[in-house]
Design a protein around this ligand. Structure first.
Ligand code: TYD
Length: 135
C-alpha cells in the first residue's frame, strides 16, 4: 500500500524567479489527473477537510503560505507540513484528513477522480467502520 509522502517537485530557478513542474510519470504523480481544485480565502482559525475518500488519491501543494495536514489511517495520526511551493504531499485513498492554513495560504489539489460525493466518508465513526472492513 502506498503511504503519504512529501515529494520535492522538480523546479527551475534562475534570476527571474522559480518555476515548478509536475508531469505524469515524472515520479511525482502516477495517476491520471481528472480534476484540479484549490482552497483559498480560508478565514483565520478555520480548518478544512474532516473527511476521508474511499478511492480518490490527491497531491496537495501549498502554492502560498503554509498548510499543516493531519492524516489519520484509523490507527494513528501523522502531521505533514507544506511550507514551500516546490513540495507536494501525496495523499492516498483511505485517510481521514484535517487541514490547517496560515493566513493567505492556498492549497492546490491535484486529484485522481472527478468530484463524487459517494466517495466521501464525512463522519469519523463511519470511517473507522469502513476501515475495519478493508483488508
Ligand atoms: P468540501 O469537501 O466540504 O470541502 P473541503 O474538502 O475543503 O472540506 O466541499 C465543499 C463543497 O464543494 C461541497 O458541497 C462539495 C463541493 N465540491 C464540488 O462540487 N466539487 C469539488 O471538486 C469539490 C472538492 C467540492
Amino acid at each position: 500500500m502506498k503511504l503519504p509522502t512529501i515529494f520535492k517537485i522538480p523546479s527551475y530557478n534562475d534570476e527571474r524567479g522559480s518555476m515548478s513542474f509536475i508531469e505524469r510519470d515524472n515520479s511525482i504523480i502516477d495517476f491520471d489527473i481528472k480534476r484540479i481544485y484549490y482552497l483559498y480565502n480560508i478565514p483565520k482559525g478555520r480548518t478544512r477537510g474532516d473527511h476521508a475518500h474511499k478511492k480518490l488519491q490527491q497531491l496537495m501543494i501549498a502554492i502560498s503560505g503554509s498548510i499543516e495536514i493531519i492524516l489519520d489511517d484509523g490507527k494513528k495520526k501523522e502531521s505533514f507540513l507544506l511550507s514551500s511551493p516546490d513540495e507536494a504531499l501525496y495523499v492516498p485513498s483511505g485517510y481521514y484528513r484535517h487541514l490547517k492554513f496560515t493566513k493567505d495560504a492556498i492549497c492546490l489539489v491535484i486529484a485522481s477522480e472527478k468530484y463524487d460525493e459517494s466517495d466521501y466518508i464525512r463522519n469519523y465513526d463511519d470511517f473507522i467502520k469502513w476501515k475495519s472492513l478493508q483488508n
